[in-house]
Every structure is written in structure tokens, then in C-alpha cells.
Design a protein around this ligand. Structure first.
Ligand code: MG
Length: 301
């Protein structure tokens, strides 16, 4: 930038392709502030709203397509990451309940998984859908280690793993070699990208049709990092949360295309909106969006 002072918010192209990802004149827009620590955004088409967590204030919020920001759950049991299941229902990682819950059409929540081999899960953090209908989620210990992020408790499992919840309810732990597994996204049916917030790197795993996963090493590493949540767009580009906003990378993780510069650390993001062309971002104590020309990769379509 040749010594120029970069003001925020702003789009900073590293590669010319980057500016094609946004409508002309697009700029990041703050939709709300005054939260404690925002995370876990997920657009829910049936609600015409994006749901996100304020993990530390023990609430979730919704921002509707009509532009209304309201409390979704007054007591969320410290929900963190969310995704849609294969039927489009909202699924939540709950630090407080140390499990994965699904919201039914009547609004009530059903516990899907909270134990593995007789031991409590730690505190599920983030979750994503595989095209076979299974739900993969990370289980670090932030929700039991940090009093402000859960209801405490002790670690019962011997590690911080990534679990696979099969459509028939069978729970397995295919990934056991990470320090603090966190955000995760499938780039394809056989490729999982997994952020490790303990090692500040994102790893690539080869996933087999029977639900096993083997590490293929580091896929990318950001600066200023680190990656917490990440999403993949329909062309396979990686949209990663970062210390200064959102970084967009080529599918192979090797080329930075550009950055959405924001005033604080971005923890997570999602595509959504009525036409799928909005990127929502949870940014420390704030909630933001920007229009895009691309949609997120989705297994619901
Ligand atoms: Mg996270």
C-alpha cells in the first residue's frame, strides 16, 4: 500500500479477481453493535433471517431480511456455531449443554448428541453438513475452561476431537490429532478444512465415504490470524475469518485474493440473505454484512 493509511471498513484486493466477488460500490455495513462476543452465524431460509450467537452474554440474535435485529433466545445455553441440516433445520453447538441440538419446526430443541462412549462431550464449537447428511463438529474445551462461555464442568473425554454424527444418530470421532479444533467446512465430499485455534493453522483432511478422515497437512495459515470460522463459496474459494476481517483465498489455499478489512477481529461468517448473495460476519462486539456476487457452497441445493 506504499505507506498509505488503510481506512476500515474497506475491500483490499490482492488479486484482480477479488473485486469481481462484490457488486460495484459494495462496502461492509455494520448491522449491530454492543454485543460481547459474536459467533456462529447461520442464515435460515425458513425464518428469512440470519441467526447468530453472542456466546458470552448467553443469547442468540436474529437479523431478519426486513432489517429487524431482535433477541432470538434470551437464554441460549451459550450456543456457539450453527448450521443447517440436510432438511434445512437449524442445528446448534451448545457450550452450556455440552452437546448438539436441533430446532424442530415448532421451535423446541432436541438433543442429538452429548455423550461419546459414556463420557460428556467438552463443549461443541462449530458444525458443518457433509453431503451424505452427516454433521461434523469440533469439540474443544473453551466452553468449560472459560467461565464466561459456559457453565463450567470438567473434561471427561481424553482429547479435543472432531465428531461425525451420522444421519442414523451414530456418533464417531474421526479426527483426534488436533490441539483445539474449531471452525470447519467441506470443500467437497472428500475434503474437509479444519481450523485449529491452538496451532493457528487450517488443516486439510481426506474424508472417505464411510466417514473416516486422515490429515493431509496444513492447507493455509493467515496473518494476522487466526482462522476461527471459515466458509467455501460455490467456486471453491475459501472465506476465512481473520484478525483484521475476512481473507479470501484460492481453493488450494495458496493465493490470497483479497481482504474485507473490518474494525475488529472476525470470528465467523456465513453466506445467506434472500438470494444467497450476502456475507454476514460476526466481528467481536459487532455484526456486519456485505453483498457479494457469489453464493456459499451448500449441500441443500
Ligand atoms: Mg469457533
Amino acid at each position: 500500500m506504499g505507506g498509505m493509511t488503510q481506512s476500515v471498513p474497506a475491500l483490499q484486493a490482492t488479486h484482480p479477481e477479488f473485486l469481481d466477488l462484490f457488486p460495484a460500490g459494495a462496502t461492509p455495513e455494520q448491522l449491530g453493535d454492543g454485543f460481547v462476543w459474536t459467533e456462529g452465524p447461520c442464515y435460515v431460509p425458513s425464518r428469512q433471517a440470519v441467526i447468530f450467537s453472542d456466546v458470552r452474554s448467553n443469547k442468540t440474535w436474529r437479523y431478519t431480511d426486513a432489517g429487524v435485529l431482535e433477541v432470538e433466545l434470551e437464554r441460549s445455553d451459550h450456543q456457539n456455531g450453527h448450521c443447517l441440516d440436510a432438511q434445512g433445520r437449524l442445528v446448534a453447538c451448545s457450550h452450556g449443554r455440552r452437546g448438539i441440538l436441533r430446532q424442530e419446526t415448532g421451535g423446541e430443541w432436541t438433543m442429538l448428541a452429548d455423550h461419546f462412549e459414556g463420557k460428556k462431550l467438552n463443549s461443541p464449537n462449530d458444525i458443518c453438513l457433509h453431503p451424505d447428511g452427516s454433521l461434523w463438529f469440533s469439540d474443544p474445551t473453551y466452553g468449560i475452561d472459560k467461565p464466561e462461555e459456559g457453565y463450567g464442568g470438567s473434561m471427561e473425554l481424553p482429547g479435543r476431537w472432531v465428531f461425525r454424527l451420522a444421519p442414523d444418530g451414530t456418533l464417531t470421532a474421526p479426527i483426534r490429532d488436533r490441539t483445539k479444533p474449531n471452525g470447519l467446512a467441506f470443500a467437497s465430499a472428500d475434503t474437509l478444512l479444519l481450523a485449529d485455534t491452538g496451532e493457528s493453522k487450517v488443516y486439510r483432511y481426506r474424508v472417505t465415504p464411510d466417514g473416516q478422515a486422515g490429515s493431509e497437512g496444513v492447507h493455509f495459515e493467515l496473518s494476522p490470524g487466526k482462522t476461527d470460522g471459515l466458509r467455501i463459496d460455490a467456486a471453491g474459494r475459501i472465506w476465512s475469518s481473520a484478525g483484521d476481517g475476512v481473507h479470501v483465498l484460492s481453493p488450494d489455499g495458496q493465493t490470497e485474493l483479497g481482504r474485507i478489512l473490518l474494525p475488529a477481529t472476525c470470528a465467523n461468517l456465513c453466506f445467506g440473505g434472500p438470494d444467497g448473495h450476502t456475507l454476514y460476519m460476526t466481528v467481536s462486539t459487532e455484526f456486519w454484512r456485505i453483498p457479494t456476487t457469489v453464493r456459499g457452497l451448500s449441500w441443500q441445493d
